[in-house]
Structure formats: structure tokens, C-alpha cells
Ligand binder design. Structure first.
Ligand code: SF4
Length: 361
């Protein structure tokens, strides 16, 4: 059984002198992983924009006025072409993201299931991030060959109420549990730089570390403030906070792949190198991370060369799923799946929504 972490313990780790913290995390990293391998993953937005949620950091929320290009759901051949391109650039994992509140049992979900099957056949780890998900939907995704499901906690339970009002923290945990029950590897992490305290960061890590099983993959994102979103004026997070967060994550979830995710364009090569030293074992490749900028793959490969890092093959941490024809069978009625809305309001989100309305008028 896993150790049960307390917030005090995690905070004490987070607050260790930085050089000590990096050393401790690097030691833990070497026990559980090959420190000279980093997984390259590609995040592909298969349906962009028009999301009904109000996540304060997200340019894809329909209610805010942002400068993103909206796209309907991609076709299976389009996704296959992108997956092959990602694979030829060294990616061993493709994460497909759709700007949905939750999965519906409809033709679009059928199309995503075909995408999962197709990419799995290319011998890449397939991950999806599609919003909230029922047990039956998780089962169908697993049967189609899904390797992992991403559903970030984003922040602590307390701070969550300041960032999102259209669903609550428990909904996140329910979806994560549904993925686990279906035997899907869980990918869940968060974003720092959203006005949270060190307490909040550690509280989020406690929730993740005390999940049973612990997530196999933990993305750590630095907020990329986007004009028009409620968090547009947030200050960029410092590299030292990022290193601290990566190192603490590595120590409390030693077996997880810690993913250096959004915000890498704000980091120097040296800063990223320190994150790898502190236990980051994956990056996202591609010139965009859903809608925000990301370093060029050639720059990433140059940095890997300098550091003596090579790219990690797929399925090192788990077996490739086999596709079962049962992915076509839907147990629940087709159409709308209802998830409650908690319904509190967040002043900053309401102001951004009003500003978007004013600009439209
Ligand atoms: S983070 Fe996801 S759920 Fe939230 S607004 Fe953006 S696309 Fe929608």
C-alpha cells in the first residue's frame, strides 16, 4: 500500500533548500527511471474552442474573447497524418484534446474511438483529454486501445473555486476514478502561476499522491496568460518555483512520469535542464500546446544533444493495449450525459465574460 501523504510533509519537502531539494529529487529519479531518457509527447487539439466551461486560464472557453482559431472535430485520416508526423519527430505518445465539458454518447465520440484505435495501431501511446467521462465511456475508450486519460486537477480543492465555477473538484476525481476502474493509465497534474499559494500547490500534490493507484503521469504546467481570459494579467511564474514543483512531484510520486508541459517557451535551456535534473521525464513537442506557443522540436533536440538525453520509446511503463471490438458497444442511451453544475460565480470570470460581450456588441 502507498504511503499516505500529509500536507505538512509535502510542504516540508517543497520548502527544502533548493539545492538540497534538487539533489534529493535527482536521487529518487535515478532509482525509478533512466535519467538520460525523456519521453517526447505530442499534444494535438482535435477540436478547438467553443467550450462551455469557464476555466479562468483557458482561451478555448466560448465565453471569453480570445484570439484562437476554432475548429470542428478532426477526421480520422487527419489525426493519423498528424500522428505519423509526430512519430517521425520522435514522439512516442500522442495526446488528443477536445474542448468539451464532458464526453457525449454520440457520433463524435464514435469518431474519437476510431482515432484511438488508429493511433494505437501505429504503436504510439494514445492519451485523450476530453473532459468528464462516465465509467462506460472509459470502458469503451480502453477497449478501443486507449493507453492513458488526462484529467488535470489543475490546483488545490480550495483554490479550484477561484478558477472554475462550472464543475467542481469532486467531478474531476470521479472521472479519474472512472479511468482507473477501466484500467486506463491516469495522467493528472496542474498549473502553477494562477495566484495560488505554496500551500495550494502542495495540497494539490497531496490529493494526487494519495490517489490509489497514484497517477502514472503528472503534467506540471506554468500558466501562459492569454489576453481575454480572466487570468490574462497574472505574473509569469519563476523558474525556481517550477523547479521546486517538479522536484517535489518527483519525490512524492516517484514512479510517475513528470511532464514539463505548458510554459516552456518562458524557460531558458538552463532552466529546463534543471527541471530534468529535478526529475522531469517528459516534454510536449509541437509548435503549439493546444492553443499556446511551444518551443520548436529542433531546439528541443539540440538541447537533448547537449544534455546527453535520448528520447524514450513507447510502452516502457506499461503494455500496449489491445483493441477489442466491444468499443463499439454503448451501454447507456446515446446523447446527452448530465453532470451537475455547482453554480457559484467568480467575479474575475464574470468580468472577462462581460468584456467579451461588450466587444461583440
Ligand atoms: S480547460 Fe478544457 S474544459 Fe476548461 S474551458 Fe478549456 S477546453 Fe473547456
Amino acid at each position: 500500500m502507498n504511503k499516505v501523504w500529509t500536507k505538512e510533509e509535502v510542504l516540508a519537502i517543497y520548502n527544502r533548500p533548493l539545492m538540497q531539494l534538487v539533489f534529493d529529487a535527482a536521487q529518487q529519479h535515478r532509482v525509478n527511471h533512466n535519467p538520460l531518457e525523456v519521453q517526447v509527447s505530442t499534444l494535438l487539439s482535435i477540436k478547438t474552442g467553443g467550450c462551455p466551461e469557464d476555466c479562468g486560464y483557458c482561451p478555448q472557453a466560448a465565453r471569453y474573447h480570445t484570439d484562437i482559431e476554432k475548429n470542428d472535430l478532426m477526421t480520422v485520416p487527419q489525426v493519423k497524418a498528424q500522428a505519423l508526423r509526430a512519430k517521425s519527430n520522435g514522439s512516442s505518445r500522442l495526446c488528443m484534446g477536445a474542448a468539451w465539458r464532458n464526453i457525449q454518447n454520440n457520433e463524435e465520440f464514435d469518431q474519437v474511438l476510431e482515432m484511438v484505435k488508429t493511433v494505437n495501431e501505429l504503436e504510439m501511446e494514445v492519451c485523450c483529454t476530453l473532459g468528464m467521462m462516465t465509467e462506460d465511456q472509459a470502458r469503451r475508450l480502453a477497449d478501443a486501445g486507449l493507453y492513458a486519460y488526462n484529467h488535470n486537477l489543475d490546483t488545490s480543492e480550495d483554490h479550484y473555486k477561484e478558477i472554475i465555477s462550472t464543475r467542481d473538484f469532486d467531478d474531476r476525481k470521479k472521472t479519474i476514478a472512472n479511468a482507473s476502474k477501466a484500467g486506463i493509465s491516469v495522467c493528472s497534474g496542474g498549473i502553477i502561476g494562477m495566484g495560488e499559494s505554496a500551500n495550494d500547490r502542495c495540497s494539490m500534490l497531496v490529493t494526487l499522491a494519495n490517489l490509489s493507484p497514484q497517477p502514472k503521469s503528472v503534467p506540471i504546467n506554468a500558466l501562459v496568460p492569454v489576453e481575454g481570459t480572466p487570468l490574462a494579467d497574472q505574473q509569469l511564474v519563476s523558474i525556481w518555483d517550477m523547479v521546486r514543483m517538479v522536484a517535489t512531484t518527483r519525490i512524492v510520486m516517484p514512479e510517475a512520469v513528470v511532464r514539463l508541459s505548458a510554459g516552456r517557451t518562458q524557460m531558458s535551456d538552463e532552466g529546463q535542464a534543471l527541471c530534468f535534473m529535478a526529475g522531469a521525464s517528459s516534454i510536449f513537442a509541437g509548435d503549439k500546446l493546444l492553443t499556446t506557443p511551444n518551443p520548436d522540436i529542433n531546439n528541443d533536440m539540440k538541447l537533448f544533444d547537449i544534455l546527453g538525453i535520448s528520447t524514450k520509446a513507447p510502452f516502457v511503463d506499461g503494455e500496449q493495449p489491445t483493441t477489442k471490438e466491444s468499443y463499439k458497444e454503448c451501454a447507456s442511451t446515446r446523447g446527452n450525459v448530465k453532470w451537475d453544475r455547482p453554480g457559484h460565480t467568480i467575479e474575475r470570470n464574470e468580468m472577462a465574460k462581460q468584456k467579451a460581450k461588450d466587444l461583440k456588441a
